[in-house]
Structures are given as structure tokens and as C-alpha cells.
Design a protein around this ligand. Structure first.
Ligand code: UDX
Ligand code: UDX
Length: 447
């Protein structure tokens, strides 16, 4: 059977991983983005962001002619393809609700193109949108612009993504589940057929449902994961008050209970990234607008807001006043294996350190170019972890890169002026580090 042609609007980490995923399996894919620089890189086979595994498959797909990048979103792209995934960003507005302007503009363009197209076409929303958006906004705009009827003349689905940055490409190829919310049966069947062919023998479980349920599944999943993180951080904060208690051991034992599970129980400096903070806020605003106050989610957010600042409190406990002290920061990205700094926990930490008069030197294996655009000349950047801790009065590990896990107690004692180490992500063994230097680990009760 002939493979359908696919277009993807928005070549961020979700859109590009989706585009390259299909192209790597022989589909003909067009990736559209308004960012000319991004498209130029894609067409050269170079990923515009750091994502393990993407480079090889992207350049292979470009060379084979399975993938091409297009600036903007032309009518021609819609005419030439059978299905269009929309993966543009849905950033937060100042009140926490999501900004749909990119979705709306993509949908209006698709609607206009559909007015000139006779063949059946399915539009699939991959971006995270609050329940009701696809039905109330996307469908109406598509119908208005195309002057056609959804469900009969063209198809509409919502297909939320569950990609983790740092393993987004791997997650594209090996999903836990595929959620398809469809306006009508034909739209859903078309997308289900595409995924069945794409995953072949490794087809994950498919959940077919309504548009609103599919939209809510994405928010509920992210809210659950964020809740697990704020929960374990709460337990970590309790552990710190109990001599001898250790949140790592608590989490390990809890995780062995099948009803709880071991994942997302790593206590630390809180969650960041382009999804959790934005999605929790949006779900709270959406729920309140519907007349229900989701107090649990307010607490999840509140814990996450104060958690990073604990690193600064630990520093002050050890060093007293921070004025003029040199503090080394290991890790800037919101998590390892990405250069993304959106809502990175390091941002409030560094801002507070600067407010307290500290001199900050930071190092990250890949996120420094982006960090430089955020902190400008307010902090210094080092070219390696060891150079970063050199002559420092204190060091905070903010992101758990593998490279930092290899550092030994001697690396800290030999290089730092005062070997004060704050392990914000629990990567060091307290039994070893605790005896050799002034060591504070998150969620570890004082002896
Ligand atoms: C995605 C989702 O779409 C978002 O809703 C979800 O919550 C997280 O994952 P992400 O891939 O992180 O977002 O977005 P981003 O990296 O910002 O990429 C979006 C891309 O769309 C950018 O490259 C941007 O240039 C492009 N874009 C934006 C367009 O092509 N057209 C527009 O009108 C707006
Ligand atoms: C998340 C979801 O996992 C993914 O399904 C969704 O599509 C997008 O949002 P991502 O933001 O890439 O993915 O990263 P994730 O691995 O979920 O981590 C998010 C944040 O939580 C990071 O800052 C990470 O450091 C933190 N985290 C994660 C913890 O603090 N503890 C944990 O146990 C796990």
C-alpha cells in the first residue's frame, strides 16, 4: 500500500522528532517552520537543538530525499501531503493559560489551503492544548476558512505526545501508548492505520477516544508526573529534619511497590522544562475557569517554586553571608542530555545567588550557548567542570549530567578554596563524599 505523505508544522523537538521518525521509516515528510535558520540547518542535515540519536537519522533522511524543510507554511505543502501534524509551541500567557496564537495561525493556513483541495486530508494536533480547544477552536477555524465540513470533507484528530527531551527521538520510535482523539471515525481510522504501519510489530497500545478526553490525557499524565516529583521533594524536605533519614532509600523502597512504581521519584531541585511548569499552570487555570479549584495542583506548583531556592539556603548555612563568595554551578540545562533551559531550576538559583552578592561561575556540557543569552555577563562560564570549581567557596550540582557523576571527592578538595558541595540531584554517595568534604545532599537528614 502506498505510504501517505506527511507534513509537520513546527520543527521544535516534538515536530522535528516526529518528522524525522516518519522519514526514517521511508515516509515522504515535509517539516515546516517559520524560523529560517532552523530550516536551513534541517536541510543541511544538522539538528537545530541537542537531541541524542536525531543527528544520524536527520542527515540520512535529508540525503535520501525523504525529508525536506520548508520555511513558513505554504498552500503547496497541504496540497501535496495527506496528513498534517501541528506541533507548534503553546506557551503560557501571564495568567498561566495557554497562548493559542501559533495554533490558530497554523490552522487558518491549513483551512485556506483545504478550500482549494479536493482530496481527503487529516489535520492532527500534536501540541498540548486544553480540553475543548480542538473541538471549539480548531474545528471551527478549519471549517470557516475551508468552507467545508469537518468529518465529511476533511478529518481532524488530536494525538498528544509524551516525548521526553533528551530521549525524544527514542520515545518517538518506541512509544508506551498512542492516544488518538478523533472528531469522527474516519479521521481516527486514518491516523490509526498510519501508526500501525509505522510501528508494525512493535505497535504500542492504542487508546481511541474523544477529542476532549485525549486532550485531558496529556495534562493528566504530566500533572501526575509533576505531582510525584513534588511529593518526593516534600518527603525529602521531611527527611532533612530527621537525623539519619535518606529520601533516596525511602524512594527506592516505595518504588518497589507495584502500585507506586520507581520512576519520577528522584528528589531534587524541582521540575523544569517546556512542559511540566506550563502544563500544570494551564490545567489549574482551565479547571478554575470550569468552576473547580484543583487545590492539589496548586500545592504541586508551590512545592516546585520553593524547592530550587533550598540550594541557596544550604549554601548560606555552610558559608554564612554569600557576599563576594565564589559559587560554582554544575549544570544549567533543565535536565541532562538537552541544551534546553526553559524553566530550568538553575535560573531562580542563580538569580538568588546574584541577589545575595555571590560571584557565580557555571559549567554545562551543552547548554552554555543558550545560558549566555539568559545571564549575559552577569555570571562567568567555565570550559570544564574542574575549571568551574577551581577556587570556589561552594559548589551546587543542579543538573545530573553523567560527566559530574564521575567527579571524585579529591577533585573537589584539591580544586576548591572551601570544599563545600551541595548535591541538588543526589548523584554522590553520602557515605564517601560525606566523610571527605563539607557535603550537603538534598533529602538527607543530618547525622
Ligand atoms: C511542543 C508542543 O507543541 C507543545 O505544545 C508541547 O507542550 C511541548 O512540545 P516544542 O516542540 O517544545 O512544543 O516547541 P518549540 O521547541 O517551541 O517548537 C515549536 C516550533 O514551531 C518552533 O521551531 C517555532 O519556530 C515553530 N513555529 C511556531 C512555527 O513554525 N509556526 C508558528 O506559527 C509558531
Ligand atoms: C515531560 C514528560 O515526561 C513528557 O512525557 C512530556 O511529553 C513532556 O514533559 P520532559 O520535560 O522532557 O518531559 O522531561 P522529564 O524527564 O519529564 O523531566 C521534567 C523535569 O522533572 C526535569 O526538570 C527533571 O529534572 C525533573 N524530574 C524528573 C525530577 O526532578 N525528578 C524525577 O524523578 C524526574
Amino acid at each position: 500500500m502506498k505510504k501517505p505523505k506527511i507534513s509537520v508544522i513546527g520543527a521544535g523537538y516534538v515536530g522535528l522528532c516526529t518528522a524525522v521518525g516518519f522519514a526514517s521509516k521511508g515516509y515522504n515528510v515535509v517539516a515546516c517552520d517559520v524560523d529560517e535558520e532552523k530550516i536551513a540547518k534541517i536541510n543541511k542535515g544538522v539538528p537545530p537543538f541537542h537531541e541524542p540519536g536525531l543527528q544520524e537519522k536527520l542527515s540520512e533522511s535529508i540525503q535520501k530525499g525523504n525529508l525536506k524543510g520548508v520555511v513558513g507554511q505554504t498552500d503547496q505543502v497541504i496540497q501535496e501531503t495527506d496528513l498534517t501534524f501541528i506541533a507548534v509551541g503553546t506557551p503560557s500567557k501571564s495568567d498561566g493559560s495557554i497562548d493559542l496564537k501559533y495554533i490558530e495561525s497554523a490552522v487558518i493556513n491549513i483551512g485556506k489551503a483545504l478550500s482549494q483541495k479536493d482530496a481527503y486530508h487529516v489535520t492532527i494536533i500534536k501540541s498540548t492544548v486544553v480540553p475543548g480547544t480542538t473541538q471549539n477552536i480548531v474545528k471551527s477555524k478549519l471549517e470557516k476558512e475551508s468552507k467545508k465540513k469537518c468529518g465529511t470533507d476533511f478529518g481532524l484528530c488530536i494525538n498528544p505526545e509524551f516525548l521526553r527531551q533528551g530521549s525524544a527521538f527514542e520515545d518517538t520510535l518506541n512509544a508506551d501508548r498512542v492516544v488518538i482523539g478523533s472528531y469522527d471515525k474516519r479521521s481516527g481510522d486514518t491516523l490509526e492505520r498510519l501508526y500501525k504501519a509505522f510501528y508494525s510489530f512493535h505497535m504500542p497500545l492504542i487508546i481511541r477516544t474523544t477529542l476532549s478526553t485525549a486532550e485531558l490525557i496529556k495534562y493528566a499524565s504530566n500533572a501526575m508526573l509533576a505531582t510525584k516529583i513534588s511529593f518526593i521533594n516534600t518527603i525529602a524536605n521531611i527527611c532533612e529534619k530527621i537525623p539519619g533519614a535518606d529520601v533516596k532509600v525511602v524512594a527506592k523502597a516505595m518504588g518497589l511497590d507495584k502500585r507506586i512504581g520507581p520512576l519520577f521519584l528522584d528528589a531534587g531541585l524541582g521540575y523544569g522544562g517546556s512542559c511540566f511548569p506550563k502544563d500544570i499552570k494551564a490545567l489549574i487555570v482551565c479547571s478554575k475557569s470550569l468552576g473547580y479549584d484543583p487545590e492539589l495542583l496548586d500545592s504541586v506548583e508551590a512545592v516546585n517554586k520553593t524547592q530550587p531556592l533550598k540550594a541557596v539556603d544550604f549554601c548560606k548555612e555552610q558559608l554564612g553571608c554569600l557576599e563576594g563568595k565564589k559559587i560554582a554551578i554544575l549544570g544549567l540545562a533543565f535536565k541532562p542530555d538537552t541544551d534546553d533551559m526553559r524553566e530550568a531550576r538553575v535560573i531562580p538559583i542563580i538569580n538568588q545567588l546574584l541577589k545575595e552578592g555571590a560571584h557565580v561561575v557555571a559549567y554545562d556540557p551543552v547548554a552554555m550557548p543558550i545560558a549566555k543569552t539568559i545571564f549575559l555577563s552577569k555570571i562567568q562560564f567555565a570550559t570544564s567542570a574542574l575549571r568551574c570549581i577551581k577556587d570556589a567557596d561552594g559548589c551546587i550540582v543542579v543538573t545530573e549530567w553523567d560527566e559530574f557523576k564521575k567527579l571524585t571527592p579529591e577533585d573537589f578538595t584539591k580544586n576548591m578554596r572551601h570544599p563545600i558541595l551541595i548535591d541538588g540531584r543526589r548523584i554522590y554517595n553520602p557515605e564517601i563524599f560525606g566523610t571527605k568534604l563539607q557535603f550537603t545532599a538534598l533529602g538527607l537528614g543530618k547525622k
